[in-house]
Design a binder for this molecule. Structure first.
Ligand code: ADP
Length: 357
């Protein structure tokens, strides 16, 4: 497998931004102090605030705006050339411009943070929702035969405790227990079949667009966790033929797993690579992460229901994903990632070109 060239980790990028900001502030301060009062250099502090709007939190923006105002006033106090009245007016205009720019940048940053939070919640809810649907239906269906097994078990116990024991009645109760246990396992088989059942709406769709939609939803969470994500989506892919919503659920699940795994390692290794490509008559989605990797020898087990290594995991995400992918005519598999981490890949069929059967 090819080793992806990874982008600059976010923390290093942030360090570069901060260094550039301090240099720009120092340069502007020097120019402002060295030029005449009449030249309103300090108004250019607003450019630095705008440039840093995406890299700083709202608190950081307040500190930056305050520092810009302080530097403006300081250079007014120590400048010795030109008309001081004009300098005072320029300083007040610059101050107002800096405060307004700082306020607008903070408001925009707060709105952006709220939108990110909403996106992260949406991603989580969509996952929990699909799990809830499954567990509720299993619990509902299984409740009745299990309750009947308990009732018959108690009856059996009573018949056995009688003197002399009523063996015939006890045998009948045991017979009922076996019948109910059969019903329960039949229900589990039906639920499995249901979750593998016909896709709700198989249709041709643009594979990369479906991938991008899910990635956009996970963007905020990636940033929050300091994960550098790179998408390498092959251009000009043919349409996929599957249920796009179900395929997106699988992608969301793999992305969430990759983020959870990646968040466990050092920031420098927090990288995720997402790829799409065509292999013969299949479209392939692949996600490689720099996390701790798959548990030893568990490449197949991770797809089994209720198999989890997480404290609060349920262990059904990958098993549902496999049911969905297979019901849509594809395959899903896991492999170790060469430099450390895990690779999850799934395929779905290419839609027949127009005119083909
Ligand atoms: P859950 O997330 O509730 O544990 P999943 O079916 O999504 O359930 O995953 C099952 C198990 O597979 C996880 O507990 C974890 O051990 C393993 N796993 C899944 N994705 C990854 C990954 N990207 N890196 C390492 N292990 C993973």
């Amino acid at each position: 497998m090819k080793t992806p060239s990874l982008p600059t980790p976010p923390r290093r990028r942030r360090g570069l931004h901060l260094t550039a900001m301090v240099l720009a502030l120092a340069l502007l301060f020097l120019i402002d102090t060295a030029t005449r009062y009449e030249v309103a250099v300090s108004v250019f502090y607003t450019v630095i605030i705008l440039a840093m709007a995406h890299a700083l939190t709202w608190r950081g923006l307040i500190v930056l705006s305050g520092s810009c105002v302080a530097l403006t006033w300081l250079s007014f106090l120590i400048t010795s050339y030109g008309d001081q009245r004009a300098g005072l007016v320029n300083m007040l205009i610059s101050t107002v411009a800096i405060v307004i720019t700082g306020y607008l940048a903070c408001t925009a940053e707060l709105a952006r943070a709220a939108a990110h939070e909403a996106q992260a919640r949406l991603l989580r809810i969509s996952r929990i929702h699909s799990l809830e649907g499954l567990t509720t239906s299993i619990a509902h269906e299984l409740n009745q035969p299990l309750a009947a097994i308990v009732t018959s078990g108690h009856a059996c116990q009573r018949w056995m405790e009688q003197d002399p024991p009523q063996l015939d009645k006890a045998r009948q109760a045991l017979q009922r227990i076996l019948g109910d246990a059969d019903r329960a396992s039949g229900i589990i088989a039906r639920v499995r079949k249901l979750s593998k059942g016909e896709p709700a709406s198989t249709r041709p769709f643009v594979f990369n667009a479906a991938v991008r939609e899910v990635l956009a939803l996970s963007h905020a969470e990636m940033q929050r966790l300091d994960i550098a994500m790179r998408a390498d989506l092959a251009p000009g892919l043919p349409l996929a033929l599957a249920d796009p919503v179900q395929v997106q659920q699988v992608i969301a699940n793999l992305v969430l797993n990759a983020m959870e795994a990646t968040a466990l390692v050092d920031v420098a290794r927090r990288t995720i690579l997402v790829e799409s490509l065509q292999q013969a008559d299949k479209l392939v989605f692949r996600i490689s992460d720099g996390g701790p990797g798959l548990p030893a020898g568990a490449q197949e087990q991770v797809f089994e229901p209720f198999w989890t290594t997480k404290h609060e995991g349920i262990g059904v995400g990958l098993s549902i994903s496999r049911s969905i992918v297979e019901a849509n005519g594809g395959h899903i598999w896991a492999e170790p990632h060469a430099p450390g981490g895990a690779v999850f890949t799934f395929s779905v069929p290419v839609a027949p070109a127009e005119g083909e059967a």
